[in-house]
Design a protein around this ligand. Structure first.
Ligand SMILES: [Zn+2]
Ligand SMILES: [Zn+2]
Length: 440
C-alpha cells in the first residue's frame, strides 16, 4: 500500500516548459496561422517556394557562416554531442541550413534566381526577456543567383506587402549597405583607427570585437559603447564604386515601387556573412527588441560552403514579435477579423436513440467540412445548451424522442434566437445554404 501511494504521488508531479520556451495555444494560434497563411500567399506570388531544412545541423555550419566571434556562436547556441560524439547544434537561425541545403543538393544547377521560403523554430540560449525566447519562430526567405539590385527591391516590396496585408501600421523600413570584401577592409581600418583611443572605455565584449570584428561595436547595445561610438566613421563613405552603384540602384527602385524607407548608416547587423544591402523592419511599440524582420545580402556565403560564386539575399521575420504587434488593438486594423473560430452547429440530444441519430447527422455534416460539436456522456439538455453557448456555436439542433418519432428536429440560431423545424433528411441542404449565406 505504501509503495502504491508513493508511486501515485510521483505520477502527480507537475512539469513546466523549459525556461524561455512557450506553448502556443488557441486563441493565439489563430493569429499565428493567419501570419503563416499570409506569408505563404504573398511569397508564392513572388515565386518563392517552400523549403524545409532540418532543425539540427553540424555545429561547424553555424560557426563558419555566422562567425566565430558573434554573440550567437560565442554564447547562445544549443550545442551538444550526439551518441557518436559529433557536435550538433539546434539551428539558431535559418540562413545557414538553407545555404548548406542549396549547395549540397546542387540547386545552383537550376535556372537562377532560385527563391525559397521556410518557417519553423530556432533556438538560442539567451537570457529570457520581453521579446526574446529560447525557442522562437521565424519565417524567412532566401534567394540565390543574382546580385541585381532589382531582386533586393522585389524582396523589400514583398516584405512591405506582407506587413500591409496583415494590417500593421507605423513600421519603419531601414536600409543600409555595408560594402563588399573589396571596400570593407578600408572601413575596418578606419574603425580600428577611431576606436584605438577609446578601447579602454568599451564593454568587455567590444574589447574583443575590436580585435576580431570592429564593425560589431556599432551594433552593441551597452550604453558606454553607444556613447563612445558617436562620430565613428560611416560605412557609406567607404563604399567602392560598385557597392555605391548597387545601393543607389536599390534606392531608386524602392522609389519606383513606392516602398518608403530610411537609410540607417549604423545598421550593420550582427552576423558576419552579410555584404552590401542590409535592412530591418522595426516598430517603436516593441521596446528594446524592436526588429520585426531583418536581413541582407550574403554574396560570399555559398562559395564558403563549397558552392560556385553565387550572390544571395534573404530575410527572416520574428514571429513572436509580429504576433505581439497583431495582438495590440491600437495598432491592429484587422483585430475584428482575428476572432476565434467557433463551431457552426451544436447537436444537443436527449436519450440514447437521439444521441445515435445526432452522431450520424454530425458525421454527415462534418464530411462536408462543417464544424459540428455534440454533447457527451449523457449530459442534461441544459448543460449541453450551456456548452453550445460557451463555444459560441452558430446553430443548436435539438433531438429527443419526439423528434425521432416525428422525423423532424428543432433548430435554433443563437445569435438572434430564431428557430424552426426541419426534416432529418433536409439538414444538410438547410445548413449548407444557411452557412454559405453567412460566410459570403
Ligand atoms: Zn564594395
Ligand atoms: Zn559594447
Amino acid at each position: 500500500m505504501r509503495f502504491r501511494r508513493a508511486q501515485s504521488r510521483r505520477s502527480a508531479e507537475r512539469y513546466s516548459a523549459l525556461k524561455g520556451i512557450q506553448d502556443i495555444l488557441p486563441p493565439d494560434i489563430y493569429i499565428w496561422q493567419r501570419v503563416e497563411e499570409t506569408a505563404r500567399e504573398i511569397f508564392s506570388a513572388y515565386g518563392f517556394q517552400e523549403l524545409r531544412a532540418p532543425i539540427i545541423e553540424a555545429t561547424e555550419i553555424f560557426i563558419r557562416s555566422i562567425g566565430e566571434t558573434t554573440d550567437i556562436v560565442e554564447k547562445e547556441m544549443y550545442t551538444f554531442s550526439d551518441k557518436a560524439g559529433r557536435s550538433i547544434t539546434l539551428r539558431p537561425e535559418g540562413t545557414a541550413p538553407v545555404v548548406r541545403c542549396y549547395v549540397e543538393n546542387h540547386l545552383y544547377n537550376l535556372p537562377s534566381p532560385q527563391k525559397f521560403f521556410y518557417s519553423g523554430p530556432m533556438f538560442r540560449y539567451e537570457r529570457p526577456q520581453a521579446g526574446r525566447f529560447r525557442q522562437f519562430f521565424q519565417i524567412g526567405v532566401e534567394a540565390f543567383g543574382t546580385s541585381d539590385p532589382k531582386l533586393d527591391a522585389e524582396i523589400f516590396s514583398m516584405l512591405r506587402l506582407f506587413i500591409e496585408r496583415l494590417g500593421l501600421k507605423g513600421l519603419n523600413f531601414e536600409v543600409n549597405s555595408i560594402g563588399c570584401e573589396k571596400c570593407r577592409p578600408d572601413y575596418r581600418k578606419a574603425l580600428l583607427n577611431f576606436f584605438s583611443g577609446r578601447i579602454n572605455g568599451l564593454c568587455p565584449d567590444c574589447k574583443r570585437r575590436y580585435e576580431y570584428n570592429p564593425l560589431r561595436i556599432l551594433d552593441c547595445k551597452v550604453d558606454v559603447c553607444i556613447e563612445l561610438r558617436k562620430g565613428a566613421p560611416r560605412v557609406m563613405d567607404f563604399l567602392c564604386n560598385e557597392c555605391r552603384e548597387h545601393f543607389n540602384a536599390l534606392l531608386s527602385l524602392l522609389k519606383l515601387l513606392n516602398v518608403p524607407y530610411v537609410i540607417n548608416p549604423d545598421m550593420v547587423r550582427g552576423l558576419d556573412y552579410y555584404t552590401r544591402t542590409t535592412f530591418e523592419v522595426t516598430s517603436e511599440q516593441l521596446g528594446a527588441q524592436n526588429a520585426v524582420a531583418a536581413g541582407g545580402r550574403y554574396d560570399r556565403l555559398v562559395e564558403e560552403f563549397g558552392g560556385p560564386p553565387t550572390p544571395a539575399i534573404g530575410f527572416a521575420i520574428g514571429m513572436e514579435r509580429l504576433v505581439a504587434l497583431l495582438r495590440t488593438p491600437t495598432l491592429n486594423q484587422v483585430q475584428g477579423e482575428l476572432r476565434t473560430p467557433a463551431p457552426e452547429i451544436f447537436i444537443a440530444t436527449i436519450g440514447a436513440p437521439a444521441e445515435k441519430e445526432g452522431l450520424v447527422i454530425a458525421n454527415r455534416l462534418r464530411e462536408k467540412g462543417i464544424w459540428v460539436e455534440v454533447g457527451y456522456a449523457g449530459n442534461s439538455l441544459k448543460s449541453q445548451l450551456r456548452r453550445a453557448d460557451r463555444l459560441s456555436a452558430g446553430y443548436v439542433l435539438i433531438i429527443g424522442d419526439d423528434e425521432i418519432s416525428s422525423g423532424k428536429l428543432k433548430w435554433k440560431r443563437l445569435s438572434d434566437g430564431s428557430q424552426g423545424e426541419i426534416l432529418f433528411q433536409e439538414v444538410y441542404d438547410f445548413f449548407f445554404k444557411n452557412l454559405r449565406l453567412i460566410q459570403s
